[in-house]
Unconditional design. Structure first.
Length: 165
């Protein structure tokens, strides 16, 4: 980019892909911080086309210009079956939405998200959390993990290095 070129604007959508839910986060392309946005429950089919239909609304509302999808590499850095599945999903969804996709190492993102959010709240009278409390907490973790994935990408683009992983 030369000094005379305009800065490319638009929103980046961070995605933490899970079997049950998809955590979402957003940041402006030239921003310094990502923020958690929403959690989407996935269809039973787990089909990229079904997910793309749901994500299309978010893409439109947030004026998304690029997807940043977490890549679940194995602890040793190798791309195992989960990473290959996530990459295939991201490619299919990106194609369906007509958006470029960047894959970002997501190792430790959920762990960092849980440490940021603190422990799961206790249930009534200090007992175990209810199923609803557990679900809400997991949704928060998914959103926060998406923000961590997106923040790692923003930091890498600025040359600041990753936060997690």
């Amino acid at each position: 980019m030369t000094p005379d070129e305009p800065i490319a604007r638009g929103t980046l959508l961070g995605i933490d892909l899970g079997e049950r839910r998809i955590g979402l986060a957003v940041a402006e392309r030239d921003a310094f911080a990502a923020r958690p946005l929403a959690t989407i429950n996935r269809a039973r089919s787990l089909a990229p086309d079904d997910d793309a239909i749901v994500l299309a609304r978010v893409v439109t509302e947030q004026r998304v210009v690029e997807l940043v999808v977490g890549l679940p590499l194995e602890a040793n850095g190798n791309e195992g079956p989960m990473a290959k599945s996530a990459a295939a999903w991201a490619s299919a969804v990106g194609e369906r939405l007509g958006l470029p996709v960047t894959m970002r190492d997501e190792r430790l993102s959920s762990h960092v998200a849980e440490s940021r959010l603190g422990p799961m709240p206790r249930g009534r009278s200090g007992g175990p959390p209810s199923p609803t409390q557990r679900d809400r907490y997991r949704e928060r973790v998914d959103r926060e993990a998406a923000a961590i994935i997106l923040q790692d990408e923003l930091d890498a683009r600025r040359g600041a290095g990753p936060v997690a992983g």
